[in-house]
Design a protein around this ligand. Structure first.
Ligand code: B12
Ligand code: SF4
Ligand code: SF4
Length: 327
């Protein structure tokens, strides 16, 4: 087993722009049964890939045969929205596509480690492969599961994205992260749609009710109820993180909600106003969304969301459908 210090893991990760790094073993995710029941209850909506990739998620050997360690990294993406547009875009999506930003840096880390361990194999994953990233990151010490299901680091909060580097090197393990929300339920009460539900003794996000899903992953038209649920969000939603006490900086916790130091993750352009987005044309959309996470919604999805936002500006506020599960 190679020590993390011998690999200069923390130093290298920090030098590459990551804020958090740790290592865990590659054994199957313990939250697999939770994922299975989440899918069985239809909470994945139309994200079919969550279902079809289920068998792969149970064994990292299907991604890297002989995998011995999972290096997990976290990258802070926090920034204040510019306020130049009335379109509300989640903070993670304001800059360049994080998949590219994180994967290229994980690749550099892999190259550095490979130079010293030529027979070792590496595989960077950022959403690209069926890996339960939050659980491996928790086991590698990056953070613990909040009731909003986001991974929370007690010192940095939850405004960080996760990447993992699978390797056949056997590396010293980090201690798993420990922590909890206690009696707080700010995210549950603030979620505009009541998407954070308590099922099977655990807090879960019902994606079919989540604005992030409805604005990004949902294809085709919205029902009138779904259109109303979007409220003012055009792409993604940050509400359950904005209200989280672990994201509020304090004199004793200065690392929380600090603007990211990664220029690529900062807003690259000034986004057009809703009235323009609602009828954006192909050529303009193509230029606007090059290299941006917003491209995932597709031109029709973006127009649809902006049209719903405009309608919601004049309509009465949609009400949440609360149930005993999130009471
Ligand atoms: C599908 C998906 C979504 C879906 C479903 C979200 C969800 N909560 O399941 C939608 C489209 C709604 C979504 C939204 C967002 N997402 Co998303 N998403 C994913 C993706 C691809 C898979 C997540 C998944 O497997 N969900 C299924 C559930 C069952 O698993 P889970 O999320 O890991 O949650 C489980 C744990 O919390 C576990 N658990 C809870 N307590 C405990 C305790 C113990 C002891 C154990 C073992 C387990 C456990 O049980 C939960 C099951 O309910 C991951 C990337 C990846 N490959 O993992 C990104 C990911 C989770 N998303 C991310 C982000 C940033 C977001 C958004 C903030 C984007 C935005 N601003 O709009 C929102 C946040 C919404 C929210 N509150 O979760 C980040 C999260 C980073 C972080 N610090 O947590 C990830 C990791 C992407 C990345 N590479 O950084 N997302
Ligand atoms: S991202 Fe928004 S809609 Fe989804 S769970 Fe969080 S607050 Fe609710
Ligand atoms: S808002 Fe409160 S309940 Fe929700 S994740 Fe943060 S600490 Fe936990």
């Amino acid at each position: 087993m190679i020590s993390q210090a011998d690999l200069l893991l923390t130093e290298r990760a920090l030098a590459l722009g990551f804020d958090l790094a740790g290592v865990c073993d590659p054994s199957p995710p313990k939250s697999l049964p939770i994922l299975e029941s989440w899918i069985a209850e239809g909470m994945h909506g139309s994200m079919e890939y969550m279902q079809t990739s289920l068998p792969l998620r149970s064994d990292l050997n299907t991604i890297l045969p002989g995998v011995q360690s999972v290096i997990a990294v976290g990258m802070n993406y926090y920034q204040e929205p510019s306020g130049q547009t009335d379109a509300k875009i989640a903070r993670y999506a304001l800059g360049r596509d994080y998949h590219k930003v994180i994967r290229s840096r994980l690749k550099k880390l892999a190259d550095q480690l490979q130079a010293e361990h030529p027979t070792a194999q590496f595989r960077p994953c950022v959403d690209s492969a069926p890996v339960m990233e939050r659980e491996y990151a928790q086991r590698a010490g990056l953070g613990w599961f909040g009731k909003n299901t986001c991974l929370i680091n007690s010192h940095r909060g939850s405004w960080f994205l996760i990447g993992v580097l699978l390797t056949t090197l056997e590396i010293e393990r980090s201690s798993p992260a420990d922590g909890g929300c206690g009696t707080c339920r700010a995210c549950i009460d603030a979620c505009p749609t009541g998407a954070i539900v308590h099922r099977n003794n655990i807090w879960q996000v019902d994606a079919t009710q989540c604005i992030s899903y409805l604005t990004i992953e949902h294809k085709g038209d919205h029902t009138p109820e779904q259109a109303a649920q979007l409220g003012e969000w055009t792409f993604g939603c940050d509400v359950c993180q904005e209200v989280c006490p672990f994201n509020q900086p304090r004199p004793t916790q200065p690392l929380r909600a600090q603007t990211t130091t990664i220029p690529d993750l900062l807003a690259q352009k000034s986004w057009p106003k809703l009235s323009q987005l609602a009828q954006i044309e192909e050529a303009e959309w193509d230029t606007l969304t090059q290299g941006s996470p917003v491209r995932r919604a597709g031109i029709q999805g973006l127009q649809r969301n902006a049209q719903a936002n405009l309608a919601n500006q004049t309509a009465p506020q949609a009400s949440r459908t609360d149930s005993p599960e999130n009471a």
